[in-house]
Design a protein around this ligand. Structure first.
Ligand code: NAP
Ligand code: MG
Length: 504
């Protein structure tokens, strides 16, 4: 274990003061939200701050019986006239009101994720700004949600008239991961609500706080009771009960590929519709002609951001051999000076890992890389002191058969390997079971066009990285997921069509 670079941090950096409203809110055992009511439990979920390892809150833990009640409430709400037939403009207005409330409480919400998930406060604020954009985008959906009128192709058009109506799925189960809890919750919930569904949300056991606060704000905004329910609990218990429930019409899951496969099996029992946003091992290809300053800056900024706890982390860097040595040296320099620190420090870009368990898992991946013969070019050590910190780590000279090139790490660890030809870069980039994102750094238009076509990934970023937008579809190829959860593509996930034929 190495000492944290606290002494090396500039003295003028200030820590964000935790708002009195946050302190007060954390001081009371937080209930879950079911049917518009605050609901307690005989059991408690302890919530800790991964930067200190200290407990910061207690939450009522959802048991299977609470999940049953929540699903029943969501069903009643879905079938209520008030929600089912709410005018589109009123539904949009509720989402706008919710966005205004979230904006008014933005700092409070951003701080909850910093404390609960170790999310750097600057990133937490930036993600929230993006999520507000998603809320306003979603507010525009209800009024634009309509079907179409079709002319049958094989019938006399004056006798057969066809309509395709778009209807909500019904009761949606949303199961969330711990890395960016609030933005994940907002982006899932608003699309489901904009399309007229009701939801039961299961936040990750490590990070329930901001989702509970969000649900309170949604209640205040005026969503009818039962439209949004939150059941904080364990995956194997509350989560499993939820996804196996016959009263669920659609499951939207974000998390690991391993859990995703388990949920697909559970969904098969009732043939519940399902969409999945899963893990990744995204390639970051740096061609010989790339703007190396920009490529190195982006590699470090996105590779180590939030201690690599991002599904789209550029985990596998493939660099043309002409610039490989220089790239590795500069990336190691960037790793050495990367702002690791307290999540409440606005200068911090990487806080701790979410738990001791997660840090142990990441260390095991680094040990496997050592055993397989890779070079730890920078980092590779846990950091002494409270909290679950780990150094930004660069692993070079990796080969495609090594475990570190194949398995998702979900920590501040990137691999770097050289390539000689464009063919080799594409082949190696695609040599993975994942397909979430890929990035290419070049100014050569022909290479750009070719790689864009050949890379097997749901998101391809050219000379940029992590470009998300409320209007753009997001999702994975292969084992990185099913479905696209952002933009109007989400209509395919949260609505179904009904074909109506009228004979005259
Ligand atoms: P995880 O372990 O798969 O857990 C995700 C959620 O599933 C948690 O709420 C978990 O509950 C729950 N769960 C576990 N077992 C379950 C079961 N049998 N039935 C129903 N629910 C169950 O993932 P994580 O470790 O929280 O998050 C990291 C992973 O998420 C990484 O693989 C990352 O790539 C992926 N991710 C993907 C995206 C994307 O958009 N593609 C975005 C963010 C993260 P517990 O909290 O109790 O375990
Ligand atoms: Mg926590």
């Amino acid at each position: 274990m190495k000492g944290i670079a606290a002494a090396e941090r500039p003295a003028d950096q200030t820590t964000t003061e935790v708002l009195p409203a946050v302190v007060k809110w954390l001081g009371t055992r937080r209930p879950m939200l079911i049917d518009g009511k605050a609901v307690g439990s005989a059991r408690t979920l302890d919530v800790d701050d991964p930067a200190t390892g200290q407990q910061i809150a207690q939450v009522a833990l959802a048991e299977p019986s609470h999940v049953e009640t929540a699903v029943a409430a969501a069903r009643r709400a879905f079938e209520s006239r008030e929600w089912r037939w709410m005018p589109a403009t009123a539904r949009g207005r509720l989402l706008t009101d919710a966005a205004i409330l979230v904006e008014q409480h933005a700092e409070e919400l951003a701080q909850l994720d910093a404390l609960d998930a170790g999310l750097p406060i600057s990133l937490s604020r930036a993600l929230l700004a993006g999520s507000l954009g998603s809320m306003h985008y979603a507010a525009g959906i209800p009024a634009r949600l309509s079907g179409e009128s079709l002319a049958p192709a094989g019938q006399p058009g004056d006798q057969m008239h066809a309509q395709v109506i778009r209807e909500p799925m019904g009761v949606v189960a949303q199961v969330l991961p711990w890395n960016t809890p609030l933005s994940m919750a907002i982006e899932k919930v608003v699309l489901a609500l904009a399309t007229g569904n009701t939801v039961v949300l299961k936040p990750a056991e490590q990070t329930p706080l901001s989702t509970l606060r969000l649900a309170e704000l949604l209640q205040t905004a005026g969503f009818p009771p039962g439209v949004v329910n939150v059941v904080p609990g364990f995956g194997a218990e509350a989560g499993a009960t939820l996804v196996e429930h016959a009263g669920i019409d659609k499951i939207s899951f974000t998390g690991s590929t391993v859990t995703g496969k388990r949920i697909v099996v559970a969904a098969a029992t009732n043939l519940t519709r399902i969409s999945l946003e899963l893990g990744g091992k995204s390639p970051f290809i740096v061609c010989a002609d790339a703007d190396l300053d920009a490529a190195v800056a982006s590699a470090a900024a996105n590779g180590f951001l939030h201690a690599g706890q991002a599904c789209t982390e550029p985990a596998r860097m493939l660099v043309h051999r002409n610039v490989y040595d220089e790239f590795v040296a500069r990336l190691c320099d960037a790793a050495a000076s990367f702002p690791v620190g307290s999540p409440l420090d606005p200068a911090t870009e990487a806080g701790p890992l979410v738990s001791a368990l997660q840090r142990d898992r990441v260390m095991a991946h680094i040990d496997a890389a050592r055993e397989d013969g890779a070079t730890i070019a920078h980092g590779g050590e846990a950091v002494d002191g409270p909290g679950y910190y780990l150094e930004p780590t660069v692993i070079s000279d990796t080969s495609p058969d090594m475990r570190i090139e194949r398995e998702e790490v979900f920590g501040p660890v990137v691999t770097v390997a050289p390539f000689a030809t464009t063919d080799e870069a594409v082949q190696r980039a695609n040599d993975t079971s994942y397909g979430l994102a890929a990035s290419v750094w070049t100014n050569d238009l022909a290479i750009t066009q070719r790689m864009t076509r050949e890379l097997q990934a749901g998101n391809v970023w050219i000379n940029c990285y992590n470009m998300f937008d409320a209007a753009l579809p997001f999702g994975g190829y292969r084992q990185s997921g099913w479905g696209r959860e952002s933009g109007m593509a989400a209509l395919d996930l949260y609505t179904q069509t009904k074909t109506v034929v009228v004979s005259s």
